[in-house]
Design a binder for this molecule. Structure first.
Ligand code: ATP
Length: 454
């Protein structure tokens, strides 16, 4: 880079950054714009001075610069839809001393005839793709694909690879993991990656169907099959899933009597609706999920061993969130982005204390709990950054008891810091009132404020 020190340094920068053929943006560690060249500003129709300091997601449509900062993985030649055009975007994280300090993004923008022609061709292809994607979603009930599964922990990467390997066949898959770990999302992805993806994906949530209605729901019934049966009968979930995937969620809760009948359907590939005399051939792929210890249920005679072996062909265990803390930061940012896009409220980040807290909390409700928590914080916060005070008090207290990784000293200090912080907020910074509420002397309070940089 020695040549940049010569007398043409400014001209070199000018030629590299300000030429009219490409758009360039530089963002800092938090995704705030520090520089955008004229060509990009002209294309976006924004003022070069005014956009400095704004968050990139608020200035550039469909930007992923903030995601690249989080993942640390460059994205080259990605198609990005901006202002009615598909552009070719490169996003490169910038490191200094091994730490990410920001990112540079370039977008190829050549206002030539060929590019416009190519663009209109890409637009057509993308529109067609979007149309088929939407059709698939609406007709076949799949909302998610593997792309929607966020996580960079080795366990999640391993599971994603396993899913890619086993999804294309018809093999039965048993997803195991605590509630809220993403089992349904994985089930959608398996169907999406399988050859059955143009056929239905049918969900049966075994935990929510009353026992006496189970068989009617699963196998369907003919008119008059039982008292209360609907006129004209009802088609069963199994018949609905013919040619596609039947997702048996919470299979551990299926009544024993239904388990026998289901096993027969799976073995014979035929189903008979209640009140009928003829059976119908069905072609199903089974994906089951459970958060229950099926081995224990078998010991208690609540789950059939033969059904267990029939469904446990490829078991996939999804670890709880507390065992993959590497994913928490990425998931939190992704969920914040998803929630704010939906709610329209501008909340752009978390205070570092909040992410720290997330890393140490035990997440009994896993990603569902994280999502609900972020949603409530987005609604409650009065600022653009979520702080500890936007989180429920009860949760903050429980975390320090539940966390396994912290020493007693850390727990005591963290609790002390939080208690003082919340008290100071309650009394609007009045230290006299705060010391009285906390029952400590003035000098002790000042000492602790200094210690915890409050
Ligand atoms: N890896 C992930 N990336 C992004 N979102 C996720 C991920 N895992 C789970 N979620 C989200 O968390 C929520 C709960 O996920 P899901 O319903 O798939 O969990 P589950 O294990 O099936 O729960 P349950 O056993 O209670 O049915 C959903 O809103 C889902 O979109």
């Amino acid at each position: 880079m020695q040549f940049l020190n010569n007398e043409y340094r400014d001209e070199i920068f000018e030629a590299a950054f300000e030429n009219g053929y490409h758009c360039l943006v530089v963002v800092d560690r938090q995704g705030f714009i520090t520089y955008m060249n004229k060509s990009y500003c002209n294309f976006l129709d924004v003022d070069q001075q005014k956009i400095v300091g704004m968050h990139v997601a608020d200035v550039i449509e469909n930007s992923r610069m903030h995601i690249v900062i989080d993942t640390g993985v460059e994205e080259i030649a990605d198609l990005q839809y901006i202002r009615g055009n598909y552009m070719i975007a490169n996003r490169i994280p910038v490191y200094s001393n091994g730490e990410i300090v920001g990112a540079i993004g370039t977008v190829l923008y050549r206002d030539t005839k060929e590019w416009m022609e190519m663009n209109s061709h890409i637009k057509n292809v993308m529109l067609e793709l979007e149309y088929y994607r939407n059709q698939l979603k609406h007709q076949h009930g799949i909302t998610y694909s593997l792309h929607d599964l966020i996580g960079k922990s080795s366990s999640i990467i391993e599971i994603k690879n396993k899913v890619k390997k086993v999804a294309p066949g018809d093999v039965t898959i048993l997803l195991r993991g605590e509630s809220g770990t993403g089992k349904e999302l994985f089930a959608h992805s398996i169907h999406h990656l399988s050859e059955r993806n143009s056929n239905p994906f049918v969900v049966v949530n075994c935990a929510t169907i009353p026992e006496h209605l189970f068989e009617a729901e699963l196998f369907g019934y003919h008119e008059g099959a039982f008292t209360g049966a609907k006129k004209g009968g009802k088609i069963g979930k199994i018949q609905l899933a013919d040619g596609g995937t039947l997702f048996l969620d919470e299979i551990g809760d299926m009544p024993m009597s239904t388990q026998v009948k289901l096993l027969r359907v799976l073995q014979e590939g035929k189903v008979e609706a209640l009140g009928g005399t003829e059976s119908q051939k069905v072609d199903l792929r089974i994906v089951a999920a459970t958060n229950q210890p099926l081995e224990k249920r078998m010991e208690e005679n609540l789950f059939r061993e033969d059904l267990f072996y029939r469904i446990n062909v490829i078991p996939i265990h999804i670890p709880p969130l507390r065992e993959r803390t590497e994913d928490i930061r990425l998931l939190s940012k992704y969920l914040l982005y998803k929630i704010t896009r939906r709610s329209g409220k501008r909340v752009i980040d978390f205070q570092s204390d909040v992410l720290d807290f997330f890393m140490h909390y035990s997440w009994p409700g896993n990603i569902r709990e994280l999502e609900n928590l972020i949603e409530s914080a987005v609604y409650l916060t009065n600022s653009e950054i979520i702080t500890l005070s936007d989180l429920p008090e009860q949760m903050k207290q429980s975390s320090y008891v539940l966390s396994e990784r912290r020493s007693l000293k850390d727990i005591v200090e963290e609790t002390e810091k939080q208690t003082i912080e919340v008290t100071l907020q309650k009394v609007q910074g009045d230290k006299n009132k705060a010391k009285n509420m906390l029952g400590i002397g003035k000098s002790a309070l000042y000492e602790k404020i200094k210690k915890y940089s409050l």
